[in-house]
Design a protein around this ligand. Structure first.
Ligand code: PLP
Length: 285
């Protein structure tokens, strides 16, 4: 089970207590991050923590710790739990107080929690690709915030699972936004396209790494909204997230994409992503 973080304390998971009136529990009033750990090293941790702080700011919550303190918490968690390959989940809620929609006063402190989990990389899926389905994007208009409120995402992912799919790719009136827990891309005529980082999507850290990799390697890329029609007729589709990395989508609503195998540009980006993981590690050694 290992140790978990509660505020600035590292304690045994079995000792950790969250109050029934924690606002995260009652209102989903909080934000979170998932950070990947490769070979004992937190990948793009600073970028995740910058976004964590931004998400908190967007919901008008004052984070009780700064970035450096949280980086230290992460390192401590990895070391104490001997985490090798896995992930760190971190969330902050607006604290514990008598239930009331209105924000509590400044005497109520946010509750920061984090824990680690050993998880293998999804090697087989990365190699062979996954199936996806299309679903209505019924979320609110601040999808740029990594909020704890995930009910629409949960419903879409459950639907995908019931259809034998790995992910639901969401659209608003035919405009593709992103996956239920990933960003979505199409490749057409050698060009990568993904929804711009507006309020309608969560600007993934993996997405930002992919955009940089495209730019650094002369792979044409545009942040431009595309339609369901473009998705269905794409040469390649892939999705990205911290845990899914660069994941090929080889079937959409039961129809093969391209020749039904991961496409060349998707595979190229997987290779570049792998090199990036290794480069980051070497840099730190
Ligand atoms: C977290 C998340 C992503 C992926 O972001 P990463 O930083 O790459 O993990 C994409 N979409 C949604 C809705 C998310 O919650």
């Amino acid at each position: 089970m290992g140790k978990v973080l509660v505020n600035d304390q590292l304690i045994e998971r079995t000792e950790a207590v969250i109050d029934i009136e924690d606002r995260g529990y009652q209102f989903g009033d909080g934000v979170y991050e998932v950070i990947r750990v490769y070979d004992g090293d937190a990948f793009t941790a600073e970028e995740h923590l910058d976004r964590f702080l931004q998400s908190a700011e967007k919901i008008k919550m004052k984070m009780p710790y700064d970035k450096q303190q949280m980086l230290d918490f992460i390192d401590l968690l990895i070391k104490e739990n001997h985490l090798h390959d896995g992930s760190i989940y971190m969330q902050v809620t607006r604290g514990t107080t008598s239930r009331n929609h209105i924000f509590p006063g400044n005497d109520i402190k946010p509750v920061l929690t984090a824990y680690t989990k050993e998880v293998e990389r999804p090697k087989e899926k990365l190699e062979n690709g996954v199936k996806a389905m299309v679903a209505d994007d019924i979320r609110w208009l601040r999808c740029d915030i990594k909020s704890l409120n995930l009910l629409p995402n949960v419903l879409a992912k459950q639907e995908a699972m019931e259809q034998g799919c790995y992910e639901a790719i969401l659209h608003r009136d035919g405009t593709v936004t992103e996956g239920s827990s990933s960003n979505a891309y199409v490749v057409k005529d050698g060009k990568v396209m993904t929804h711009p980082a507006t309020n309608l999507i969560l600007n993934g850290i993996t997405r930002q790494v992919i955009l940089q990799l495209c730019q650094a390697n002369q792979i044409p890329v545009t942040e431009e909204a595309f339609q369901l029609e473009d998705l269905r007729t794409a040469d390649e589709i892939f999705i990205s997230s911290t845990t899914s990395e660069v994941m090929p989508v080889v079937q959409l609503d039961g129809q093969s994409i391209g020749d039904g195998k991961p496409g060349p540009l998707t595979k190229k980006l997987q290779t570049l992503f792998q090199e990036k993981i290794e480069a980051v590690k070497t840099q730190k050694m």
